[in-house]
Design a binder for this molecule. Structure first.
Ligand code: CFM
Ligand code: HCA
Length: 528
């Protein structure tokens, strides 16, 4: 892999090669290795990344059904966020569900020149009249910041006028270097404006929140099924299959489970500061991961009945999983995969591939930070640059009335028994020696990777899909799941095994030749 790295870098101008090199690591889990992450993409490079608005509106708030997510901006920003992420929801009878709508102020030239605040207020009044929602979130797109519309002032004024919860997000697309900035902005505003607004009397013995699970392809439904059977009460998910109402009383939970660390670790940390709720990292992608995560929850609550129930579920579900795995594995074993996705799945899905005997030879995130690669212990050493300083870091203090000293004591007791809290080990320590880790991979690098490794499976998103398939390699979308899923939990693992058997079992992509190979539309050469 180091030769491949050199070959990739040789094509870049010297300064760019130097920069890109820092984002590539030939992995050695026995050593502390540093990778460069969360920095600006070099202009001109075809990145996989999206924008801050996408991370805020599309990712974190998008899956919440009973809030009107009003985009202040040109219509294109809404159109391209119109449920393409496949985040599903299941409203109760008569409950609001606005997710199939795309709400936008549809800014025009005139609003850019003379300001768009009046149009935004009118849009809020119109939304009130038509839908009478409980809450409205206002999401700023690039022009909003450029012309200086004050969405927060409008939100305050309209909150007063309408009497409902209205709050704004300064999540302009350019606000950070990727979606990641949008996650942070969303976390801050949800924490400030939603969490803790309402209390709710305790119903169950074991109350948890699930953070960083977005119900793509129905993943959350599968997890809800497991929690419900075990007798664990899921107060709120941030934010798959969620309601604003459930987030308002989420601070009454005893434990926070963090699935996608990148997008939501901020809320977990802030809830611990303010309310004393401990958190730990879980992974419900892969059958083993699901069993391990459920067992850890049971261990935390330390209740004989719960433990017995979890063991019963694990035994029953694993029997089904093992049967399918045994049938599929002979056909998948020994195959090679690579995955370049987001800020958590490039790690999580390696566990699922491991279960099939598929080796991940190269992987990377689009927009993760160093802690997602190297583990949270590096956080104090991460250089804060101007781009990250741009994002508000809110100070949270202890809520004297609601703070749970009992949970702090519980965490301490469990830590003494060896239970890990507030940690994420990261992707690199769990990858094989000599695998190639690349941050913010681009299309040139993707082509070279494929040429070198000849992988049997490439996992990425829609922008990569067709390029990769034209190179003769099947591509599985690990964002939208290509119309499939769920892939979380036990049922999800089974679905994924079957899908991989199907995709790895065909040579179809090797048989189709890109048409321009025999009949090029244009032929030419270029010089630097
Ligand atoms: Fe977390 Fe996500 Fe992901 Fe993410 Fe995303 Fe996503 Fe993703 Mo697409 S929150 S980091 S910003 S797991 S939308 S559900 S699939 S890039 S790996
Ligand atoms: C986003 C959303 C996305 C895009 C997926 C893709 C998703 O980043 O704005 O590139 O195929 O999961 O829908 O990550």
């Amino acid at each position: 892999p180091s030769e491949l790295m050199d070959e990739i870098l040789a094509k870049y101008p010297t300064k760019i090669a130097k920069k890109r090199k820092k984002g590539m690591v030939v992995n050695d889990p026995s050593e502390e290795q540093e990778i460069q992450a969360n920095i600006r993409t070099i202009p001109g490079i075809i990145t996989q990344r999206g924008c801050t608005y996408a991370g805020c509106k599309g990712v974190v708030l998008g899956p919440t059904r009973d809030i009107i997510n009003l985009v202040h901006g040109p219509i294109g920003c809404s159109f391209y966020a119109w449920l393409t992420r496949r985040n599903q929801t299941r409203p109760a009878e008569g409950e609001d569900n606005f997710m199939m709508y795309a709400f936008s102020t549809d800014m025009q030239d005139e609003n850019i020149v003379f300001g768009g605040e009046a149009k935004l207020k009118d849009a809020i009044r119109e939304a009130m009249e038509l839908f009478n929602p409980k809450a409205i979130g206002i999401f700023s797109t690039c022009p909003v910041g450029l012309i200086g519309d004050d969405v927060h002032a409008v939100a305050r004024e309209m909150k007063e006028e309408t009497g409902i919860n209205i709050f704004g997000f300064s999540c302009e697309g350019y606000r950070g270097v990727s979606q990641s900035a949008g996650h942070h902005i969303a976390n801050n505003q949800v924490f400030k404006n939603v969490v803790g607004l309402n209390d709710r009397d305790r119903k169950g013995k074991f109350q948890i929140n699930l953070l960083g699970e977005y119900n793509i392809g129905g993943d959350a439904f599968e997890l809800e099924r497991l929690f419900e059977e075990a007798g664990i009460e899921l107060l709120s998910t941030f934010s798959g299959n969620s309601t604003i109402k459930s987030m308002e009383y989420s601070h009454t939970a005893d434990l926070n489970l963090v699935m996608c660390h990148r997008s939501i670790n901020y809320i977990a940390e802030m809830m611990e500061e303010k309310y004393g709720i401990p958190w730990f990292k879980v992974n419900f992608i892969s059958a083993e991961g699901t069993a391990k995560s459920l067992r850890k929850v049971a261990e935390f609550f330390d209740d004989a009945e719960l433990t017995a129930k979890v063991e019963e579920i694990v035994a029953r579900e694993m029997a089904k999983v093992e049967a399918v795995k045994a049938a599929v594995k002979p056909k998948t074993e020994g195959k090679l995969a690579m995955m370049f996705v987001g800020g958590s799945r490039a790690h999580h899905y390696q566990d699922l591939f491991n279960e099939l005997g598929v080796t991940t030879v190269s992987a990377g995130y689009e927009f993760a930070h160093r802690d997602d690669y190297e583990g949270r212990h590096v956080i104090p050493n991460i250089k804060i640059d101007a781009d990250s300083r741009n994002i508000e870091e809110i100070t949270v203090t202890k809520d004297e009335e609601l703070f749970r000293d009992d949970l702090v004591a519980k965490k301490k007791a469990m830590e003494e028994k060896g239970m890990e809290f507030s940690d994420y080990v990261g992707m690199m320590p769990e990858m094989k020696k000599n695998s190639l880790v690349i941050d913010d991979v681009n299309h040139w690098e993707t082509e070279k990777l494929i040429e070198f490794y000849k992988p049997d499976m490439f996992c990425a998103g829609i922008k990569e899909k067709y390029v990769v398939q034209k190179l003769g390699v099947p591509l599985k979308q690990l964002h939208s799941y290509d119309y499939g899923g769920p892939y979380a939990g036990f049922e999800g693992a089974i679905n994924f095994y079957v899908e991989m058997e199907r995709m790895l079992g065909t040579d179809i992509w090797k048989m189709v030749d890109a048409p321009w190979k025999s009949e090029p539309e244009i032929v030419g050469s270029f010089a630097f």
